[in-house]
Design a protein around this ligand. Structure first.
Ligand code: ATP
Length: 277
């Protein structure tokens, strides 16, 4: 998709957007976030966020440094609660259930929602063990079954051909781009429903970045993907929906074409045209 980042005054993409809207309409929401607030101690980092995430779509989150992108994505799998001073209100429904409910078991969420981080973080183990780790934790001991999961996950992460003859080697011996795809394979091995990606290409060279971007396009056929990115061109290239955050508020969430070509809010327009941030 090629996108002109300059806002236009008239929208010429009505038919395309109509088709996209119709496609979205037939899909279900994986997440429904309502009136979500988050505080670090007394500092409020997210304010009244309402945010639906549609299945089998790529949703990109953009916004200036410190606007709350990472805080938001880490709220979706409740990783944020590892920080003791964090306090939240509102609701984050995953497949209809409020994950903030005291009775909701976080382990259940973590088996369905995988995460890939900015810096590739493979375990100091072999390539094979990195991918087999999750399924082993979930009780799979059968070697043949594990072999199959490892191969399927590495294929799914578009790295099988590069590593199939060196599965016993330490994952640290791979390039940064390969390590990131191993981390994606590790994530796929638990058969998630959603994949959260927090700036997954910011530590990668352009060729590895392209590989991961192509991979994201492929993965959305089977998974729902939320990706935080500082790179607006990347958001425009790979996402179906884009959300713009500013100072902890969700300013705009729309079809990516629409948001970049004809943003509804002046603050979005100022950001995407480089007037601030
Ligand atoms: N552990 C923490 N303790 C206290 N405040 C925090 C913590 N983590 C983040 N914050 C604050 O919350 C706000 C949002 O931060 P967050 O990291 O979510 O922003 P971001 O949009 O992801 O930024 P960046 O693009 O620079 O990664 C910032 O004001 C930040 O200083």
């Amino acid at each position: 998709m090629s996108i002109d980042l300059k806002p236009k005054t008239t929208n010429t993409n009505t038919n395309v957007e109509q088709v996209e809207n119709n496609q979205s309409a037939s899909k279900r929401n994986v997440y429904e976030v309502e009136n979500f607030n988050l505080w670090y101690g007394s500092d409020q980092a997210l304010k009244n966020v309402d945010f639906n995430i549609v299945e089998n779509e790529v949703t990109a989150i953009i916004g200036p440094s410190g606007c709350g992108k990472s805080t938001f994505i880490k709220s979706l799998n409740r990783m944020i609660e590892l920080i003791p001073i964090v306090r939240v209100s509102g609701s984050i429904k995953y497949r209809g259930e409020n994950t903030l409910d005291k009775k909701y078991e976080v382990e259940r969420l973590r088996t369905k929602v995988g995460m890939v981080f900015q810096k590739p973080n493979p375990f100091p183990k072999s390539i094979y063990e990195n991918v087999a780790y999750g399924p082993r934790i979930h009780g799979i001991k059968n070697k043949k079954m594990l072999d199959e999961i490892v191969e399927k996950s590495l294929r799914g992460a578009a790295i099988w051909d590069e590593v199939k003859d060196r599965l016993k080697e330490n994952a640290f011996g791979l390039s940064g781009g390969q390590q990131q795809r191993i981390c994606i394979a590790r994530c796929l091995a638990i058969e998630p429903d959603v994949i959260l990606m927090d700036e997954p290409t910011s530590a990668l060279d352009p060729i590895s970045t392209l590989k991961v971007e192509e991979l994201v396009q492929e993965l959305k056929k089977s998974y729902s993907i939320v990706i935080v990115t500082h790179n607006m061109q990347q958001a425009a290239r790979i996402s179906d929906k884009t959300a713009f955050f500013l100072n902890g508020e969700l300013i705009e969430l729309d079809n990516t074409n629409q948001l970049f070509s004809n943003p509804a809010d002046k603050r979005t327009e100022d950001y995407i045209t480089g007037r601030f941030g």
